[in-house]
Every structure is written in C-alpha cells, then in structure tokens.
Design a protein around this ligand. Sequence first.
Ligand SMILES: [Mg+2]
Length: 258
Amino acid sequence: MADESATRAAHRGPADGPTTPGGTAEAACAARHRPVGAAVPRWAPGDHILWRYRENGGARIHICRPVTVVQDTDDLLAVWMAPGTPCVKPVLADGTPVHAEPLTSRYTKPRAVRRGRWTGAGMVKLAQPGRPWSVWLFWEPGWRFKNWYVNLEEPLARWPGGVDSEDHFLDISVRPDRSWRWLDEDEFAAAQRAGLMDPAKARAVRRAGREAVETILAWEKPFSDDWPEWRPDPRWTIPALPDDWDHTPAPRSSHQSP
Ligand SMILES: [Mg+2]
C-alpha cells in the first residue's frame, strides 16, 4: 500500500545526493566532546542532537540523523527530523542501496556509509527511557497524519551529543484507526540467518514487540497523546551534520540515561 511503502522508504533513510559537510556550531562541538561518564544533562527544546544507530554486529555508527529536541524529560525524549536534513545511511560497499540488495545477501556483503538528505515530510521520534523501542510519526505533505512506526531497538544510550542505539530489524506499523501489523519480518529472519542476531536475542526482540503491541492495544502513551497534531517551531533551522558524526563517545555501559 502506498502509505506503507512511503513509510518504509522513509525508514530506509535519506535519498542519495550531495551534501556540504560541517557547519558545526562551536557550542555544539564543545558539548559533543565534553568528558563522558558524568550524567548527560537534559537538552532544551530547540537543541540540536544526533540520533544514531550502530551497525549490527559491529561497533561503528552507520546511521546518523541530526534532529531538534522537542522535549527531554524523565519520561520522554521527543525529537523532530526536518525535511532536507543532512544525514548518514548505510549502503553496500559498491554503492547499492541496502534495500535494493536481495535479502539473501543484504546482511552478508560488505557495507559503507553515504551522506544524503532526508526527503519527504519530516518525522517525529519518541523514546521512553529504558524501553527497547522508539515510536516514529509520519505525515503526508500538507501534514495529513499517516501512521506511527514502532522501531524495535536497543534502549537509547545518552551521550553529550545525542543518543545511540542498535536497530533490531523487526518493526510495527500503527494506523490512525489503531490497527497494527508487524513489518520487516523478512529482514528479521534474514538477519538471524546471517548471524547478526542469535536465537535468544531474537526471542527477546519478539517479546519486546509483543510488549509494544500491548501498549497499542491498551492505547497508552505515546499513541494516546496528541503528537499527530504537533507542529515544529517555524523558527527552527535544519540541524547540520557535523564532520565528526561518527565520533564514538563511550563504551555502551557508561553512558546510560541518568
Ligand atoms: Mg527497525
């Protein structure tokens, strides 16, 4: 269906295209290089941070999305990904887009990363601290709300410049009429066959997905909140992609949420 494919296309990341690197504000740069280990302070609405994912089966960052903080409180981190944002996505080493590669070799061939820009409408990402998923909202151009997208992932780890996670392949789509369905079961299976996820981990991911479904069926936060009506502050600018977007802040265990 059109909206599903658009959502999935959006999830795949930015379109290919030239970008201008850098443009990092001095303050943001200093914040990213603040010594880690201490608790990461709350961000203020309007702050620019990086929402990143590590590659599966490795330590390198392969997705980096500069976003604007909407809310950062004890119970929720909400960010806005503006249309046209410069970001980083994985590709096959020969430049083939990941989703153009057949499933049989998608997770076994060497990879590289590519800069691009986020296309289409913007996206809101919502994360409740400690939960192994985040909830993304998609709109059509003109702000017609399309759907929520539950991205199963490692709970976000905070560092001074943003948050890091690892994607768990399996996803859930939730429509405005509250119907839901699993997405990317084929990728979830292929990743297991490729050895990127062992059986115990896969069971834990499926269990987390069932927990997410429980929150959908009970229509709990964030679905029950009025995020579909939320709009970005028109004064906000598009965040830059810093040159050191792949800066590794700290071992995973030492930069958990305060
Ligand atoms: Mg996912």
